[in-house]
Design a protein around this ligand. Structure first.
Ligand code: HPA
Length: 238
């Protein structure tokens, strides 16, 4: 047990998928894992462990925003030995060619600040995905190419959902950023610090320019592609 995770030692798999929403962790575990069992419910941040194609997998909610993710990712890596951490979550589309339901595989994540900013002082650290996971996810996504359009590139990890700086969004768009979410940059930074593998596979749930949003009845099928891409990537031998 750690401060925020009630799982017993050995209850957490080396491969952990991290949705922001604990109820999405429950849905993904029930939908994709065999013999999924609840391993954490501290603060309602549900975590489940089961198997996928015979491989042990944990799906643990991270909460919203980098400070929350940082708590869970730190404890998963330092106390439970998690080796591969893949964020599965939603993001806002930022480029006109990025559509609702598309999948974004994040090579890197830009931030203004993150919980790790303090230790870097004047350095602008560039958080980047694990290349083996990224390449495997792109390969897995290509197999779904007819149903799901996939984009690979930079995203923006913001500290705010209700942004008050349209000029910042403008600069992100101008520099080719594909989408905005609130967690990936810190996950990549912590994985780098602990020598672990990390990736973010995201589904576009809304679009900043068009105002379009994914209808709730479409969410499960769209999010399902993202979960499958993440699982296939995790267990592809690099
Ligand atoms: N902003 C930040 N995070 C998000 C968004 C957004 O528009 N959509 C989904 N996660």
């Amino acid at each position: 047990m750690t401060v925020h995770i009630g799982a017993k030692p050995g209850d957490i798999a080396e491969t952990v998928l991290m949705p922001g929403d604990p109820y999405r962790a429950k849905w993904a575990a029930e939908t994709f894992l065999r013999d999924a069992r609840l391993v954490n419910e501290v603060r309602g941040m549900l975590g489940f462990t089961g198997t996928w194609n015979g491989h042990p997998v944990t799906i643990q909610g991270s909460g919203m925003g980098m400070p929350s993710l940082s708590i869970y990712a730190n404890e998963l890596m330092s106390e439970y030995g998690a080796q591969t951490l893949i964020r599965i979550g939603s993001c806002g589309g930022m480029q006109p060619y990025v559509g609702i339901r598309d999948v974004i595989i994040a090579m890197t994540a830009t931030t203004i600040t993150s919980p790790s900013s303090g230790i870097f002082r004047e350095v602008n650290f560039a958080p980047c995905a694990d290349y083996g996971l990224l390449a495997a996810a792109v390969h897995a996504a290509q197999a779904k190419a007819k149903a799901t359009k996939t984009h690979v590139g930079g995203i923006y990890s913001s500290d705010v959902f209700y942004a008050e700086r349209p000029d910042l969004d403008e600069q992100m768009v101008r520099h080719g950023i594909l989408g905005v979410e609130m967690e990936a940059a810190e996950l990549y930074t912590l994985a780098a610090r602990h020598g672990r593998r990390a990736l973010a596979v995201l589904t576009v749930s809304d679009h900043l320019q068009t105002g379009e949003a994914l209808p709730s009845e479409d969410r499960e099928r769209s999010f399902g592609d993202m979960v499958e891409i993440a699982l296939e990537a995790a267990f592809t031998k690099s």
